[in-house]
Design a protein around this ligand. Structure first.
Ligand SMILES: *Cc1c(COP(=O)(O)O)cnc(C)c1O
Length: 230
């Protein structure tokens, strides 16, 4: 079993140190523990140790876990969907998650809006900055147009951008990716003055410190907290 207490403390300290290096307030960075493949019991323990934000990348896998964690703890952490959402799973996702981090099309955004009922759904737009055509995420060239259309949907509270650094990135390449995401956000914010694009979700186990140095407000850390995935 991983030593969750030590792992969470180590990651929190590393986030705080990276924030300090960049002259940022450590409290401006939210640590999301990514619990995919790990059982609800481990997640509940982590939440009990103060990890208040949990990320899962699949609706199906999260379904039982969200309910079980609530049973074990008698309360719920804040749940983030960090993986691609299929339109036929939107209704279920809205029951499970507090924030949808990987919105990458107008059709998906419209499906979310249609099922939101009286809620306003917190979302991030996923952007992909590599050159693999198979990866999900908006491409920079389409971002302005699609973001403009999505931000007209009143049911969606578009809070910023999310990215995963391209597979196999060196630290220098990951840093450049994170800087680019921040620049894209800054530019988008200028073209959409009505939106509040405060969030930048970027950085995982291998690169979260670089991401914090480059302005991440949300880091998504799995292995460094929960251990290697089986
Ligand atoms: C799995 C996953 C993470 C966490 O990755 P680690 O390398 O385990 O920290 C973060 N973001 C997304 C989108 C993921 O799918």
């Amino acid at each position: 079993m991983p030593d969750l207490r030590a792992n969470i403390e180590r990651v929190q300290t590393a986030v705080a140190d990276a924030a300090a290096r960049a002259g940022r307030d450590p409290a401006s960075v939210t640590l999301v523990g990514v619990s995919k493949t790990h059982p609800a019991e481990l997640v509940a323990e982590a939440v009990g140790l103060g990890l208040e934000h949990i990320g899962e990348n699949r609706v199906q896998e999260a379904a039982g876990k969200v309910e079980r964690v609530r049973e074990l703890l008698g309360r719920a952490p804040t749940w983030h969907l960090i993986g691609t959402l299929q339109r036929n799973k939107v209704r279920q996702a809205l029951d499970l998650f507090d924030m949808l981090q990987a919105v990458d099309s107008v059709r998906l955004a419209e499906a979310i809006a249609k099922r939101a009922e009286d809620r306003r759904i917190a979302v991030l737009l996923e952007v992909y900055l590599g050159d693999d055509p198979a990866r999900p995420g908006l491409r920079p060239a389409e971002l302005d147009d699609i973001a403009r259309r999505i931000t007209t949907l009143p049911a969606l509270d578009v809070r910023g951008l999310m990215t995963v650094a391209p597979f196999g990135s060196s630290p220098e390449q990951a840093r450049a990716t994170f800087r680019r995401l921040r620049e894209l956000r800054d530019r988008l914010q200028e073209t959409l003055p009505g939106a509040r694009l405060a969030e930048l979700s970027m950085g995982m186990t291998d690169d979260f410190e670089l991401a914090v140095e480059e302005g991440a407000t949300i880091v998504r850390v799995g292995r460094a907290i929960f251990g290697e995935r089986g």
